[in-house]
Design a protein around this ligand. Sequence first.
Ligand SMILES: *Cc1c(COP(=O)(O)O)cnc(C)c1O
Length: 490
Amino acid sequence: MRFISTRGVEKWIPSSQAIINGISKDGGLCVPVSFPNLFEKIKEKIDMTYEEVAFEVIKEFFTDFSNEEIKDAISKAYENRFKVVEKNGFLELYHGPTSAFKDAALLFLPQIMSLAKKKLNINEEIVILAATSGDTGKAALEGFKDVEGFRVMVYYPKEGVSPVQEMQMVTQEGRNVRVVGIKGNFDDAQRGVKEIFGDNEFKEELLKMNYRLSSANSINIGRLIPQIIYYFYGYLKLVNKQQIKIGDKINIVVPTGNFGNILAAYYAREMGLPVAKFICASNENNVLSDFFNKGVYDKRRDLILTESPSMDILVSSNLERLLFEASGRDANEIKDLMKELSDNGVYTVNEKIKKGLKDFYGNYAKNEEVYNAINYLYNEEGYLVDTHTAVAYVVLNKYIRDTEDTTPYLIASTASPYKFPRSISNALKMEVNNIDDFEVIEKLYNFSKVEVPNNLKGLNNKEIIYNFISETNDLKNALLSFLGDSNDKG
Ligand SMILES: *Cc1c(COP(=O)(O)O)cnc(C)c1O
């Protein structure tokens, strides 16, 4: 397997190099040259474990590594640390160390990156830069903490994550990590990180200091491939439970921000998984919803801080990978569209691309609808969901209302409700005005009796290790100060 850039400059990159680079030299994203058919191979083996499905998916793409290396990496990543549970069409992806689906990829990434580093004889320390809308940061910190040869630098929007998400990050242990709050939103953080990646002079300077940058955001193909696994696994679960027969098509509903998770579902279909529609659910930051309806991507609007903060994004990086496929892999077209986006903040896709997007449905949910959904699911179905998953549920219902399509579905359930306890409690009309978020967790537990994830228990009593704040135009200096004084924790 080899990898190419969506913008055409890089061609025939081996998997280890693609994983280490994170982003292509031309600013484009790495994509595999082709998608091997996996469905035909596994459709007789419906009882496979998560780790077994993981092995089948990963070995198709990361061919620089031996089967033994991959198996070992998978068991180190997932055994007793992560599991996926399907309940009534909800695919719960948040049973991992940070209680969000990001663990699925970020437990594996450090394993495969360490192998890639050895394969390529890279001696420099690798510095993972991550911009986070709340969940990637913590999952990257947890995945890479104390991993030999790596450091992690996380930038999060100071006012743009939930208090629980912030506490998870600023209390992070590990000798090789740093967490910085920025005075801006997620898009500012993501833009800042992309600028650093694009600054070749700065990167040369770092190399002289023995540091090499890489990325843990979903622009890194090493993070995207592991997300394909759970769609195959979830499909097999539905077959096992006799909800569908093998070969039946399903719809997949994904609460979407940076477009990584839904893109992985699309990649799964490219590998043969029978999927009819991809239902892309947005919150009030409805750029993608407008895009799928009009063919115009227009980020020229204010970012709204919602109660599903991990989806408060205006520039969804991974859409570029979908456009690449939809255009028939026309790198020049993609380069032009991305230039229009950065110059003018808007682009319109051509008829060919529009046709390539016909299986995507986009819509969005307002806060009141999210609250109603949380309430309904809890009171009528006895099922507690988080705000992001509720966005997906609202949009699924809009889709069914619009189309009367009765195809069975899987909804990606992306976070534990306890990461957003105040929103959930407000939706359920509980009285939580004068207590902090950790008391709200307690109260929500007493009310619902839904188990609190271990990693969130006692989080409020942990020591705050990081209280760095940075201006959005000063991310480089924040990084240099981290690399300069490894022992100073601020
Ligand atoms: C990251 C995240 C999303 C959005 O996923 P993308 O891959 O960025 O589209 C949705 N829900 C939760 C809880 C998340 O952490």
